[in-house]
Design a protein around this ligand. Structure first.
Ligand SMILES: *Cc1c(COP(=O)(O)O)cnc(C)c1O
Length: 459
């Protein structure tokens, strides 16, 4: 949790998955979300947290959600499709589910160890605000969030820059999202710098995020008849963290018939599941920007199983992938993943049509990411008797332009964000230059020890 990425560049995984028998899963039925979360995550944390403290952190994390259900499940008529609404947290995207908890777990641990950590991250939109909301005002943590100047939506930018907490540092980089990511990576690759500031990452490669996301797969499946009845899930995907958490739930014993991976026109995942070959291409902007990715960072975790959990061969394959831009798995491995994963892509016109269709048929307004899931879910119902859960990953008001284009109606921001457009913003500019970034972090951290000036405030 504290390290994020392993020092050798690999990703952390549990040596073995905790197992839940059919009887144990049946015993989880009817539990409130917070208690279910405790039972599912307990085996992962071991004795790193005592029970009472862990329960309390989970309770506090989900008290920040608009509904005590945390993740309401809504049937779409009698179609057999269900929306699992994961967007009732403070920043209106599913990332709050994991980050609200991770922020508290980090703070709790750092406080106990009397330590401070510095988060450096890059965001193309949703991750930034969710991470900032998760750690704002914590004395144990500073967060430096890089975003490409002028390339995130106004709602997304304001959700970050209107947080004026002293430990939050928003940085608008003159460059693309990839430039931001490279800057963040360069900080981590400088081991002296990394150690000096106890750098940590809260992007989706942090295993604690995967852990927290496993819970809602159990939650939804239990509501739909698990363990007696299997359930299918469709996941609008980018970095593959969300759907990987579903895979983990299945490894733990949850009866999931199959997964459908939805992508927008940036379809590296869909192409992989069709051909067994992963090939990098350029990223094109779409209406579902949180899925505009070139490489899915969590996919390496699934590949680990496809490489028979052999870390050495996987590391070689990943190195080759980074230099050649291509990775191919064998026919057996491909057949294995295809048994469990279907995949499909939806372009921008298809996304708008889906938002309109869902509203017309079922009276539900969905966001563009969820809309991708809504389409591919219907294309891959392997068995009509098995309920299909579509993960609704963002609130429609987070992407008002696309939703208005599709439906003619601009979705209003929920009450607690109603004044977002009037709040003061604070943000620093940065050239695409890693030395400039490092000296900014050095200075801010020195200043935090001896507070002096603050960065500029604009309204
Ligand atoms: C991050 C995000 C996704 C993609 O999730 P991954 O875990 O990266 O696959 C999909 N939809 C929304 C709204 C997101 O914020």
């Amino acid at each position: 949790m504290l390290a994020g990425l392993a020092r050798d560049g690999g990703l952390y995984l549990p040596a073995e998955w905790p197992q839940f028998s059919k009887a144990e899963i049946a015993g989880l039925k009817g539990l409130p979300y917070v208690e279910l979360a405790f039972r599912i995550m307990r085996p992962f944390v071991g004795d790193a947290f005592d029970e009472a403290a862990f329960r309390r952190l989970i309770g506090e994390a989900y008290a920040s959600f608009e509904t005590p259900e945390v993740a309401p499940l809504k049937p779409l008529g009698d179609s057999g499709l269900h929306l699992l609404e994961l967007f009732h947290g403070p920043t209106l995207a599913f990332k709050d589910v994991a980050l609200q908890l991770l922020g508290r777990m980090l703070d709790h641990t750092l406080t106990a160890r009397r330590r401070h950590a510095t988060i450096v991250g890059a965001t193309s939109g949703d991750t930034g605000s969710a991470a900032i909301e998760a750690v704002r005002d914590r004395k144990t943590i500073d967060i430096f969030m890089l975003f490409p100047k002028g390339r995130v939506s106004e709602v997304q930018r304001r959700q970050m820059t209107t947080v004026l907490a002293p430990n939050v540092h928003n940085i608008a980089v003159q460059g693309t999202f990839d430039d931001c990511q490279d800057l963040a990576k360069a900080c981590f690759n400088d081991l002296a710098f990394r150690d000096r500031h106890a750098l940590t990452a809260v992007n989706s490669i942090n295993f604690a995020r995967v852990m927290a996301q496993i819970v809602y797969y159990f939650w939804a499946a239990l509501k739909l008849g698990a363990p007696e009845r299997p359930v299918a899930f469709t996941v609008p995907s980018g970095n593959f963290g969300n759907v990987y958490a579903g895979y983990a739930a299945r490894q733990m014993g949850l009866p999931i018939s199959h997964f459908v991976v939805g992508t927008n026109s940036n379809d590296i995942l869909a192409r992989f599941f069709e051909s067994g070959t992963m090939t990098m291409t350029d990223v094109v902007p779409t209406f579902s920007p949180s899925m505009d990715i070139q490489i899915s960072s969590n996919f390496e975790r699934l590949l680990f199983d496809l490489y028979d959990r052999n870390g050495v061969t996987l590391a070689d394959a990943m190195t080759a992938f980074r230099s050649t831009g291509t990775l191919k798995v064998g026919a057996n491995a491909l057949a294995g993943v295809r048994a469990l994963f279907d995949a499909g892509r939806v372009d921008d016109p298809g996304t708008l049509a889906a938002i309109a269709d869902c509203r017309r048929r079922f009276g539900e307004t969905i966001d563009p990411h969820t809309a991708v899931g809504y389409v591919v879910a219907q294309q891959h119902r392997r068995d009509p008797a098995i309920p299909m859960v579509v993960l609704a990953t963002a609130h429609p008001a987070k992407f008002p332009d696309a939703v208005e284009k599709a439906t003619g109606v601009r979705p209003p921001l929920p009450g607690r964000l109603g004044d977002l457009m009037d709040r003061a913003e604070r943000v620093d500019g940065l050239r695409n230059d890693v030395d400039e970034l490092k000296s900014m972090i050095d200075q801010r951290r020195a200043m935090a020890v001896a507070p002096a000036t603050r960065s500029k405030v604009r309204t």
